[in-house]
Design a binder for this molecule. Structure first.
Ligand SMILES: Cc1cc2nc3c(=O)[nH]c(=O)nc-3n(C[C@H](O)[C@H](O)[C@H](O)COP(=O)(O)OP(=O)(O)OC[C@H]3O[C@@H](n4cnc5c(N)ncnc54)[C@H](O)[C@@H]3O)c2cc1C
Length: 384
């Protein structure tokens, strides 16, 4: 185990933080309140190679790995700017395309993702399947040289700012288990037959969610990613990155909120002493700091395992669980420290609480992570 300073990573952290700082937390709060995209920041990060840090150099990326992408997520969120679409566009889509797409498909999609000019959304969740992705019913049926997609997805983030959507479909059913055999397709966001309907959520953030209706959407076979029927295994290659980047957002949010709260608690004097003197204020902040840094360590382990081709499911799940809980605790303690100012729009803490709280539910809820650890780590019987 290596805990000495890594100069490359320290330089990456500093450079990403500098770009994000030049936009600042007020930029995020304004965009979140107005539900407007953060494309300028995305482009600025792309120009310096940060948004595509995990994409191969031959496609214009940074040629690094998930460890570095997690750093990018931590440091942007650490400036009060958690970028939700890093989970789906950089975390899932870039990882899945980088590993399973044909050279032509990589050439078509990865340079746009690496430059930050293009984004991809990701659609697996369905109203009637929810957490149980094996039960999805959006089908893709072969029709000559094309596939026809039919079905519905919901809570799909960022379709309005993405070129295309990586859609998980059912192309068959395993006769033994009844579970879907899956295939992945890249579907243009404005494809004929695709209805994109806003699904408003109360978490204040720049990214919007949508319900998607696929009404015989015609997709050429050249848009199939990987092998037909092998989509579940392929998508799993992207789900650990999604959990790790989601965890990294929470760690960044937690650090930002705690720094802000510590500054405020040192300056704000009530009853003749700075409020940080009172352990009722300082202990929740300290406890949250411990949790945030423990989560950061688990993120580093999970990302390292993914980058080294080792099984990363357990550590990715643990990182996501720890980070979501730590992020929520950190922002909650920061809000309390600020008193009434904790909910002022100016301080921008409530949107960050909403984002951390969302990340306890998505992309995988904490209960499913506890199920995973109970079954796979502790060997307990499956409950569902
Ligand atoms: C803002 C937002 C953005 C999202 N973005 C995307 C996106 O871009 N792409 C995408 O595909 N999806 C996206 N999602 C969907 C998200 O991944 C799902 O909401 C999440 O996986 C949970 O599915 P569900 O909402 O159907 O909950 P359900 O499956 O209905 O579960 C509800 C609750 O039941 C509990 N539960 C369920 N099963 C079990 C079990 N076996 N054991 C114990 N408890 C259980 C959990 O507490 C869970 O929270 C997004 C969701 C939100 C809210």
């Amino acid at each position: 185990m290596e805990f000495s300073r890594n100069d490359d990573h320290a330089a990456l952290r500093a450079a990403v933080a500098e770009v994000a700082r030049s936009f600042g937390p007020d930029y995020y709060t304004r965009r979140a309140e107005a539900r407007e995209h953060t494309q300028e920041l995305w482009t600025a990060l792309g120009k310096q190679g940060f948004i595509g840090v995990n994409i191969a150099e031959e496609y214009g990326g940074g040629g690094a790995g998930l460890t570095e992408l997690a750093i990018v997520c931590e440091e942007t969120a650490g400036q009060g700017i958690p970028l939700l679409l890093t989970l789906v566009s950089c975390g899932i889509a870039a990882e899945v395309i980088g590993k399973f797409a044909t050279p032509q498909q990589r050439q078509e999609w990865l340079p746009r993702l690496a430059s930050g000019e293009g984004k991809l959304a990701f659609a697996i969740t369905e109203p009637n399947a929810g957490t149980n992705s094996h039960d999805i019913s959006t089908t893709a049926t072969r029709d000559g040289g094309d596939y026809l997609l039919r079905g519905q997805k919901y809570f799909i983030s960022g379709v309005d700012e993405s070129d295309a959507i990586l859609v998980v479909t059912r192309t068959g059913t395993d006769p033994k288990t009844g579970r879907a055999t899956m295939s992945l397709f890249l579907v243009d966001s404005d494809a004929p037959g695709l209805t994109v309907q806003p699904l408003p959520v109360s978490v204040t953030m720049p990214e919007r969610q949508f319900t998607l209706f696929f009404d015989d959407v015609r997709v050429p076979a050249s848009r199939l990613i990987g092998t037909e029927g092998d989509g579940f295994r392929q998508v799993f290659h992207g789900l650990n990155p999604e959990r790790i980047t989601g965890a990294a957002l929470c760690v960044g949010i937690g650090r930002f909120a705690l720094d802000k709260a510590a500054r405020y608690a040192s300056e704000r004097t009530i009853f003749k002493a700075p409020i940080g003197t009172y352990q009722g204020v300082s202990h929740p902040l300290a406890a949250a700091k411990i949790a945030v840094e423990a989560a950061a360590l688990m993120i580093a382990k999970a990302a390292w395992q993914h980058d080294h081709g080792e099984p990363a499911g357990e550590a990715s799940n643990m990182a996501k669980y720890l980070a979501a809980e730590a992020g929520i605790a950190a922002v909650d303690a920061a809000i309390q420290t600020h008193g009434g100012m904790g909910v002022s729009t100016e301080n921008g803490l409530v949107p960050l609480w909403g984002m951390a709280r969302l990340l306890r539910i998505a992309p995988i809820n904490s209960e499913m992570i506890l199920n995973y650890v109970a079954q796979h780590t502790l060997g307990l019987p499956r409950s569902y």
